[in-house]
Design a protein around this ligand. Structure first.
Ligand code: SF4
Length: 354
């Protein structure tokens, strides 16, 4: 289907099916901005009373700018994400002090304001000033990915760029406001996440997702795994070609494998605080002949990134008490070679001893 036909159909659909919402009866950028900030991460039914409260209490941007922060936060109470309310207040003050109480009339200026990102800037620019700037929100990702069969990951930067580029080629230059509202409303009411009304859809003959039964697959959004960064300091005590090692127990990573005495730190340690902070190292005291600090080894696991350094301590004798307490045992080098070990330990041993 030709792009402009796609856009025209959405506009026609919107004019017949749109919900009657107060911010759709205005081109006042202040009211549009209020509605967009309130509706971020908030459903329409939940946001509606807040929109009414804000427009009644603060009918002009100057009223909001002059209000006490406590008053703004009280009006916002219950909506959560309070940084949005603080940014709302901050932005109102900037509009009054730097822009003479008038909202900037274009995307490039709007996006410089606090709390206004690409989506909100495009929404205000197109709804209030008819700038042909396409909005891209969750609804737009869904409609475009399904209709065009776009399989880019919407959680990735490259995916987001691909969708933004496609959305911009589709926008209707005569009615950018109606097109933007239309595609979002179509996603919210018709091409919904769980049960799109395909059998009753004007796009059924051209929709890739319908044709290939991909409605439940698109849009593709990978789950971002939060990676935990850990700093490991291993102390390898060496005495006459014997290395002090232990078997890992418990349910943590590498259970049953062999490694050295381990000190974990929440922050990276430098040469000086390695010796002052690690008690075990200090307990070796006078028996220490030499200490070598290795380079940093980086090891990536599915949910963790480990940055490890090895402190090789050459000694003349170590107290049996320490060894018992820390479950450590001396192993000759050839035995160490055959012990099951995490790859990280093997890399260090290969670099240093084998
Ligand atoms: S046919 Fe189904 S999946 Fe395709 S646009 Fe219509 S509702 Fe969405």
């Amino acid at each position: 289907m030709e792009n402009q036909l796609f856009a025209r159909k959405l506009i026609e659909w919107y004019q017949i099916n749109k919900r009657n919402l107060p911010w759709r009866h205005t081109t006042d950028p202040y009211q549009i901005w209020l509605s967009e900030i309130i509706l971020q991460q908030t459903r329409v039914v939940q946001g509606l009373p807040y929109y009414q409260a804000f427009t009644q209490k603060f009918p002009q941007v100057s009223n909001l700018a002059q209000a006490e922060e406590q008053e703004v936060l009280r009006t916002w109470q219950g909506l959560g994400y309070y940084s949005r309310a603080r940014n709302l207040h901050k932005c109102a003050k900037i509009i009054c002090h730097q822009y003479g109480g008038q909202f900037p009339d274009n995307y490039a200026e709007l996006i410089k304001l606090p709390g206004i990102g690409p989506y909100t800037a495009a929404a205000i620019a197109s709804f209030a000033f008819k700038e042909p700037k396409a909005v891209v929100d969750g609804n737009v990702y869904r409609v475009l990915s399904r209709f065009f069969g776009l399989q880019e990951d919407i959680a990735s930067n490259s995916g987001q760029k691909a969708f933004a580029k496609l959305a911009q080629t589709l926008i209707n230059h005569e009615h950018p406001d109606l097109y933007n509202q239309g595609i979002m409303e179509f996603g919210a009411l018709h091409c919904t996440p769980k049960s799109p009304a395909c059998n009753n859809c004007m796009f059924i003959d051209n929709c890739v997702a319908f044709d290939q039964k991909l409605q439940n697959v698109l849009p593709i959004k990978s789950k971002k795994v939060k990676v935990r960064l850990r700093h490991f300091y291993y102390i390898n005590v060496v005495q006459n070609d014997l290395l002090l090692m232990k078997k890992r127990v418990g349910n943590g990573i590498w259970e049953g494998l062999y490694d050295f005495y381990l000190h974990e730190s929440s922050d990276p340690l430098d040469h000086q605080n390695i010796t002052s902070e690690i008690d075990f190292l200090r307990s070796l005291g006078a028996k220490t002949k030499r200490i070598d600090l290795s380079k940093e080894y980086v090891h990536i696991l599915s949910h963790q990134k480990i940055k490890a350094r090895f402190i090789t301590v050459y000694i003349q004798g170590v107290s049996a008490d320490i060894m018992v307490e820390e479950r450590l045992k001396f192993y000759p080098l050839d035995e160490v070679h055959d012990l099951p070990k995490p790859v990280l330990i093997s890399h260090y041993l290969n670099d240093t001893f084998f």
